[in-house]
Design a protein around this ligand. Structure first.
Ligand SMILES: [Ca+2]
Length: 441
């Protein structure tokens, strides 16, 4: 007589705890009911005559069954989540993610969840010294439908950090994404300053084309420092947030000094910077982002033991796009394209006069949007078709070598941690991603 009692308890506890329809009672099949619960001694043994005592015992038994059913329901939920995580082909999903469970390709008798490619949004913090190519890279991240930019953290580099903040705000307003928080970070390198700020993209970083400044810009910057914001946002979501670094690595080095666990809490790290062939763009052997703060670059490559991907200067140059592509990109009818056309219009870095700079001398003429490679690799890892997996170290000494990144494929340094140094990318797909990001904004 008490088997129906157990079923009744299941049903009521399901309805109580989930407020779901009786269809959820199907879940009862999932529950593992101990044999003695169904077939053990019924509540009226030893014999109790009908009356208050019998009712009390029955009530006790009901409550035990309720508690058991609730516990089983919780465990079933955890079991289902674990099974999904182990077997599904898609990415992990997190609490509060919205997922679509219907699959038109569903085969009869198979769980639709296991046929779907579940995608939760990829979370990212972009650390930037916002010059023109950063602006383009940020536009790309903001336009990607599967990406959520948690924060933009600013660092000195292409311009003074205050200019960088204003440039980031300008990019956000172009694409109507003012809700993304902007944090001000480091104003200079960890040690000294033996390299002047770049005028590569004009003195303000955006080609010196904007005469009007937003008088309210300072109020739009968050009060919290970029480094503490970075640590907070990542600590709140351990192993879910990627970090893309597009400028000198000062904020990142400070983050690991403040919180040594910070790198382990990151999902992964993408860096635009450094070099792999000893060719430099700012000094003979060093790339700009690393040369602006070699000590920070050193700290990051020694202490960030998370999965790390590096788009070096030579990699970007070797995977350049054509100037014809650039013309098509800029002539699109969108706010982003008009903005980029304006900021590149008077910038010598976007001049096509061949052999005017080191890049053209080494790699021939072409359009290179450096920072976009790091963001693109984050958005679609499939774009990278070849990379080296090896330890790296940044040289701190020397008039020629300071700031240069050295690759160690033969393990001379005996470093346990290896990084991925990009070698080749699918340039056509990269161009398509860039083109579509301009179209959407
Ligand atoms: Ca940059």
């Amino acid at each position: 007589m008490h088997l129906p009692l157990v079923l009744l308890a299941y049903r009521s506890s399901v309805q109580e705890s989930t407020a779901c329809t009786p269809a959820l009672l199907m879940l009862g099949r999932e529950l593992r009911t101990p044999r003695e619960m169904c077939f053990g001694r019924p509540p009226h043994t030893p014999a109790v005559p009908p009356g208050p005592e019998y009712a009390r015992r029955l009530q006790d038994r009901m409550e035990t069954a309720h508690a058991f059913a609730r516990d089983q329901l919780q465990k079933a939920g955890i079991r289902q989540k674990r099974n999904y995580d182990m077997r599904a082909k898609g990415r992990d999903f997190n609490p509060e993610d919205l997922v679509w469970v219907f699959s038109p390709k569903r085969k009869k008798g198979r769980c639709p969840k296991l046929d779907c490619h579940w995608m939760s949004k990829k979370l990212v913090i972009v650390d930037t010294d916002c010059g023109i190519d950063d602006a383009q890279a940020i536009l790309m991240a903001l336009a990607a439908p599967q990406v959520q930019v948690l924060a933009l953290t600013c660092v000195f580099g292409n311009a003074d950090v205050n200019n960088v903040c204003q440039n980031v705000l300008r990019v956000l307003s172009v694409c109507g994404k003012e809700e993304v928080p902007v944090f001000r970070g480091s104003r200079g390198p960890l040690v000294g300053a033996d390299c002047p700020l770049s005028d590569h993209f004009g003195s303000d970083g955006l080609g010196d084309v904007f005469k009007n400044k937003d008088p309210q810009w300072e109020q739009k910057i968050q009060k919290e420092h970029a480094v503490s914001a970075m640590i907070r946002l990542v600590s709140e979501r351990p192993n879910q947030v990627s970090l893309v670094s597009l400028g000198p690595l000062t904020n990142l080095a400070m983050a690991v000094r403040l919180d040594p666990e910070f790198p382990q809490k990151l999902k992964d790290l993408y860096i635009m910077g450094g070099n792999m062939e000893g060719k430099g763009n700012v000094t003979l052997c060093a790339e700009f982002n690393f040369r602006m703060d070699p000590e920070s670059a050193h700290v990051v490559l020694e202490d960030f033991l998370c999965c790390t991907y590096i788009a070096t200067w030579e990699f970007a140059c070797r995977n350049k796009l054509s100037w014809d592509f650039f013309d098509t990109l800029m002539s699109q009818d969108s706010a982003a394209a008009r903005f980029m056309k304006t900021v590149t219009s008077q910038c010598w870095a976007y001049s096509r006069d061949a052999l005017q700079n080191k890049r053209d001398v080494f790699f021939g003429p072409g359009f290179v949007s450096y920072d976009s490679y790091a963001v693109a690799a984050f958005i679609d890892p499939g774009l990278i078709t070849a990379s080296q997996h090896c330890p790296v170290r940044v040289e701190l000494q020397g008039t020629i070598g300071r700031g240069m990144m050295a690759l160690d494929p033969t393990d001379v340094l005996k470093k346990a941690h290896k990084v991925f140094v990009f070698e080749k990318c699918d340039v056509e797909k990269f161009g398509q991603l860039m083109m579509s990001s301009f179209r959407q904004m």
